[in-house]
Design a protein around this ligand. Structure first.
Ligand code: FES
Length: 143
């Protein structure tokens, strides 16, 4: 009879231990395994009004999960490019003195249409469409 009681108590303790392990590992696994629902893909983004950008300046904005660089040229035109260098993924910047996009990691240089013109970058930067609607600047992923 006491053997049966001992088995019963051991079974209860085993179930309790499994529950505790589940309570510990379930949140960890939930964190590590990505959700099956894909994130909504960003197609276009309002980045501010024309007055937010002075001529010959730039700004990095977040387009979905990736950075984009917005450049307002000296003559007031807007350019929007992917800001991740095509060499090894550093973030590029606008150089006022040369009017080019520069990657400081390995001296990669792009023109203001994103074409790779010097250094190690193997491909151009993707270029966004820029539309100004009621003084609001909207950048859109092409395609
Ligand atoms: S990461 Fe940009 S040039 Fe190497």
């Amino acid at each position: 009879m006491s053997q049966t009681r001992r088995k019963f108590i051991n079974t209860l303790l085993g179930i309790g231990s499994l529950g505790s392990l589940g309570a510990i590992f379930y949140p960890v696994l939930s964190y590590l395994v990505p959700p099956k629902i894909a994130e909504a893909k960003v197609k276009s983004l309002k980045i501010g009004t024309v007055e937010n950008f002075s001529p010959d300046s730039s700004k990095i904005v977040k387009f979905g999960r990736k950075p984009a660089i917005i450049v307002r040229t000296e003559d007031g035109e807007f350019r929007a490019l992917e800001a991740t260098c095509t060499n090894l993924d550093c973030i590029v910047q606008y150089k006022k003195d040369t009017k080019q996009i520069f990657c400081a990691c390995h001296n990669g240089i792009y023109d203001l249409h994103g074409r790779n013109i010097s250094g190690p970058p193997p491909r151009p930067l993707g270029e966004f469409q820029v539309n100004i609607i009621n003084d609001e600047i909207v950048i859109t992923q092409p395609g």
